[in-house]
Design a protein around this ligand. Structure first.
Ligand code: HEC
Ligand code: HEC
Length: 162
């Protein structure tokens, strides 16, 4: 299973969507060329252009806005890595259990947990803002992933896992 570009769905769970701030407000901010006001069509990271992308609404320095984004992204990255490491451990445990003679039926719950955990991690990873578009929601999804993965490890019958 693969979530393909779920930016819109995730962004919708965040404070900016709730405040009617659109994708274009941050990613296609207004620019002046001569006497004309146009929207910037270089759709890219707003951090390359904090002045026009963020400071139109936020009265903090460029450095402060950058630091706020980085704080959100650092928390996201740590939680994502915790979830990914857990997923690798589950896969390792499934491999060991198979080598020790586990039957498919013994591993059904663990495989389902792997699928669930993998999908949730990919969902937030594939939305490309490193947690910024909806920080709380993205950490909630990673929590769900970790919970499913650890339950999957517990569901492997003891006699086959070691
Ligand atoms: C409040 C501002 C804001 C809004 C609204 C917003 N984004 Fe973003 N977006 C960001 C920030 C900040 C990043 C992280 C950029 C970085 O890490 O360099 C980002 C990253 C991205 C990226 C990855 C860009 C890259 O260069 O890595 C994509 C794609 C993206 N957003 C799409 C969208 C879409 C689609 C929407 C609307 C559904 C949206 N964004 C709404 C601020 C916003
Ligand atoms: C069109 C206006 C607008 C733009 C553009 C905008 N924001 Fe916001 N931002 C808001 C509003 C509204 C809120 C909600 C808080 C409030 O009501 O003051 C908010 C909240 C935030 C928060 C707090 C999030 C939270 O979960 O509490 C951060 C961080 C933030 N913005 C960063 C950015 C960054 C970085 C950019 C540029 C990439 C940006 N904003 C662009 C209007 C905007």
């Amino acid at each position: 299973m693969k979530a393909q570009h779920p930016e819109f769905e995730i962004y919708n769970q965040g404070i900016h969507a709730r405040s009617n701030v659109s994708c274009a407000d941050c990613h296609m901010p207004y620019a002046r060329t001569g006497a004309m006001k146009i929207s910037d069509h270089h759709v890219r990271s707003p951090l390359l252009n904090i002045n026009r992308s963020c400071q139109s609404c936020h009265a903090f320095s460029e450095q402060e806005m950058k630091d706020r984004v980085e704080q959100i992204q650092t928390r996201f990255t740590e939680s994502r890595d915790t979830a990914m490491n857990a997923l690798m451990e589950l896969i390792e445990d499934i491999k060991k259990a198979k080598a020790a003679g586990a039957k498919d039926a013994d591993l059904k719950a663990a495989w389902e947990a792997q699928r669930r955990g993998q999908f949730f991690i990919d969902l937030v990873e594939a939305e490309n803002s490193v947690g910024f578009h909806a920080p709380g929601e993205e950490l909630r999804i990673l929590n769900q992933a970790i919970d499913a993965i650890r339950k999957g490890q517990l569901a492997i019958p003891a006699r086959t896992s070691r």
